[in-house]
Write a protein of this length. Structure first.
Length: 276
């Protein structure tokens, strides 16, 4: 039986429900292609932290309402600093402020020790693309596209987009995508490894949720350690990463979930994991 709990995000601009241990976080400003705002973005930062720490959540699934994932920053508001406090900030204070906001958004998303999935019903642009790239897995609707976008507003990029892109698609393609800001359709995104799979538009939410639920039913600690191993593959030499893998695997052999998985294999049944 499916169970669903609605989570109060503090704003209608961000929706969150927990269904079958999947936290579905929906950016909800469809009239502006779910562009970031002074209300939406802080709520998103809070939800990433809250769901990341919630033991009842096994997977985070991020998506957008309507026909977009996230159009990034509000371009129309870039020239007019409505926030008087920011107008009075020194450049150093503005840098520190952005660094902190980045740390609590894409930084926090990449740090979540649970699988994270971005479901793209449509465009993911600029910082919106960075949010999708900070997730572990991306599923795109056929009509979706991505663009780095920064070139069009004469900016260089933020939220870690250059780092994330380079690791996903390699140096040459990352530079092409940054220097041209071209629109890359879903099929090419899949071909260059920017998204994991492309599905028909009307199947996106169902397919993304099915994948998320299958992972949420999995052994929590094993998934956490897998994510640690995968992150370390980008940070350490082979010998160090291999040694850490061994430590984690031996720890897992003593868990109830490992014993349940082995017994379920012997019994030819689906395992039921407890997270211990």
């Amino acid at each position: 039986m499916t169970t669903e709990t609605k989570i109060d995000t503090g704003t209608d601009e961000l929706l969150c429900v927990i269904r079958d241990r999947v936290a579905i976080i929906t950016l909800n400003r469809p009239e502006v292609r779910n562009a970031m705002s002074d209300t939406l973005t802080p709520a998103l930062r809070t939800m990433i932290k809250t769901c990341g720490e919630n033991p009842d959540v096994g997977v985070l699934l991020l998506t957008g309402a309507g026909a977009a994932f996230c159009a990034g920053g509000n371009v129309k508001g870039m020239g007019a600093h409505r926030d008087k406090k920011k107008l009075e900030m020194s450049d150093e204070e503005k840098v520190a402020d952005l660094q902190e906001r980045q740390r609590l958004l894409t930084g926090a998303l990449a740090s979540v020790r649970k699988p994270t999935i971005a479901a793209l019903p449509g465009p993911a642009v600029g910082a919106g693309l960075a949010i999708a790239l900070a997730c572990d897995i991306r599923i795109a609707a056929q009509s979706a596209f991505v663009s780095t976008g920064y070139l069009r507003v004469a900016l260089s990029g933020d939220y870690g987009i250059a780092w994330l892109l380079t690791r996903l698609v390699g140096t040459s393609r990352a530079r092409e995508l940054m220097f041209t800001a071209e629109k890359v359709d879903a099929a090419r995104c899949e071909a260059i490894g920017l998204v994991n799979r492309v599905v028909p538009d009307d199947r996106l939410q169902a397919e993304a949720f099915a994948l998320a639920r299958s992972m949420a039913e999995g052994p929590t600690l094993a998934l956490r350690y897998m994510k640690d191993n995968l992150d370390e593959a980008l940070q350490f030499d082979f010998a160090t990463a291999r040694d850490h893998e061994a430590e984690r695997l031996v720890r897992l052999t003593t868990t109830a979930d490992h014993k349940e998985a082995v017994q379920a294999f012997i019994d030819k049944r689906k395992p039921v994991f407890s997270g211990h």
